[in-house]
Design a protein around this ligand. Structure first.
Ligand SMILES: [Zn+2]
Length: 129
């Protein structure tokens, strides 16, 4: 068996312009991939912005505040009173704690939860927004 003949079967000279054509294909594929990646990033940004905006948008929820941790602000205010009467189920207490930790409007009430001596009638309600 002659190995030189085998190599000649596999390796042949490129036609003129073949390498340039292949490089062009790679370049176009790279541009396409970059464009697709940029479009995906833009889509993710838009979806995140819409989500954040709808979470804190006052439209339609101005009387209830915002929904954080599965509770609206007005529900959280009501639950703080219940908390001081020690009538909260553990899972509701967890929701309330999460809301008070995360909500920018109700954050001040968090300290009152930690101080059980505070009378329920003196709880600072969140400002209207
Ligand atoms: Zn709140």
């Amino acid at each position: 068996m002659n190995t030189d003949t085998a190599h000649q079967d596999v390796w042949r000279e490129c036609p003129a312009g073949e390498l340039r054509r292949l490089a062009g294909n790679l370049r176009r594929r790279d541009v396409h991939r970059t464009t697709r990646r940029a479009a995906l990033s833009a889509t993710v940004l838009v979806v995140a912005a819409v989500g954040v905006f709808s979470l804190f948008s006052p439209t339609g929820s101005s009387r209830r505040g915002v929904n954080v941790g599965g509770l609206w602000c007005n529900e959280a205010v009501a639950l703080v009173s219940e908390y001081h009467r020690r009538k909260l189920a553990p899972e509701v207490l967890a929701q309330l704690t999460l809301h008070l930790d995360s909500c920018p409007h109700c954050h001040k009430m968090r300290d009152q939860i930690d101080a059980p001596s505070a009378p329920a009638g003196q709880i600072n309600k969140p400002a209207r927004h």
